[in-house]
Design a protein around this ligand. Structure first.
Ligand SMILES: Nc1ncnc2c1ncn2[C@@H]1O[C@H](COP(=O)(O)OP(=O)(O)OP(=O)(O)O)[C@@H](O)[C@H]1O
Ligand SMILES: [Mg+2]
Length: 311
């Protein structure tokens, strides 16, 4: 299952995505954590010592594309593969923790069943539609080619802002958790995201964070209604866990909220044909708006109408 944590800067995406990752991995579930934020903090949040980081996927795009295209005749070269190029006959598909370069070369194993992928740090210039070597492109390609099943989790710590919506990356997730503080800014991001996602069947669930009291909950509920899934209080344990204090553990209420997140993910039913259809739609859009020009080919021809994901 593919899960993203989104929200405004400082809302708690890294904190909650990392807690969620630990929560799943702690009971032995297979998890790949993906740091796709401009500033890379997820490794540290997952307990990596300072100075140790997963290799930057964004620095290895040509090799990754070369691997993924396999012998797909519709993709003439790695250079002709853009971030939205969907898999087709001959493409190499990925399995969680499978024998492919994403998982064997670039993922950093944190503990059995848990590894970390990272885009590497990037700048605003790397974002947006006009960039076909974009760092988040590596994540988009990864998600597009990954055949995951129930009980397997990819948890992506996303960058704040709307880039996710420009490329179609937001349709790659089974669930998007929108981390929102009970503030005007927090809920305005919610409004913006639901507006973008309106025409797509994307599950956006609001996760309140740094909630102090019932009035905060009421505020969130008033502004996001039924989309409010659960919330986290302002937690002293978060700081203790961050500092790596021995014996630091999340409060019971936080653990219960993490269980709610897991349940929300586990309830989602995959629709692979739709997944592929939306990939094709955004690829078409990308091809027309910049990629055909950038590559000098008709990239819409990369879409393989006969292709289906193995069930
Ligand atoms: N529930 C919480 N209780 C206490 N502190 C929290 C909680 N959630 C987040 N924080 C603190 O708030 C700060 C911001 O959190 P975090 O880095 O997770 O946000 P972010 O959304 O990832 O930010 P950025 O947009 O900069 O990546 C951190 O110092 C973190 O420790
Ligand atoms: Mg962060």
């Amino acid at each position: 299952m593919k899960v993203a944590f989104v929200g405004k800067g400082g809302s708690g995406k890294t904190t909650l995505s990392s807690l969620f990752v630990r929560h799943l991995a702690g009971v032995g579930l297979p998890v790949v954590a993906v740091d796709a934020d401009i500033n890379q903090h997820m490794g540290t949040a997952l307990g990596l010592p300072e100075g140790l980081a997963a290799p930057a996927l964004g620095d290895h795009l040509p090799a990754l594309k070369e691997y993924l295209r396999g012998d797909n005749p519709r993709i003439s070269s790695a250079a002709a593969m853009v971030k939205t190029t969907p898999p087709g006959a001959g493409s190499r598909l990925l399995r969680l923790h499978g024998p492919d370069p994403f998982h064997t070369e670039y993922a950093l194993a944190l503990q059995p069943g848990l590894s970390l992928l990272a885009t590497g740090p990037f700048t605003d210039d790397d974002l947006g539609v006009a960039c076909y070597h974009s760092k988040t492109g590596a994540v988009e390609l990864y998600l597009n080619h990954l055949v995951d099943g129930p009980g397997e989790y990819v948890v992506v710590d996303m960058t704040a802002g709307a880039d996710t919506f420009a490329s179609g990356l937001f349709t790659r997730f089974d669930v998007m958790f929108l981390v929102a503080e009970p503030t005007r800014k927090g809920v305005s991001v919610y409004r913006q995201y639901t507006e973008y996602a309106r025409d797509y069947d994307v599950a956006i669930k609001v996760v309140g964070n740094k909630v102090h009291d019932e009035e905060d909950v009421a505020y969130l509920r008033e502004h996001v209604g039924e989309d409010l899934l659960t919330w986290f209080g302002h937690s002293p344990a978060v700081r203790a866990i961050e500092q790596g204090r021995p014996g630091a553990a999340l409060e019971d209420a936080g653990v219960a909220a993490l269980d709610v997140l897991r349940k929300a993910v586990d309830e989602r039913v995959k629709d692979w044909p739709k997944y592929l259809e939306q990939a094709a739609e955004f690829h078409r859009r990308n091809a027309r708006s910049w990629a055909n020009r950038a590559v000098g080919e008709d990239l819409e021809a990369q879409i393989d109408p006969g292709f289906a994901f193995p069930g």
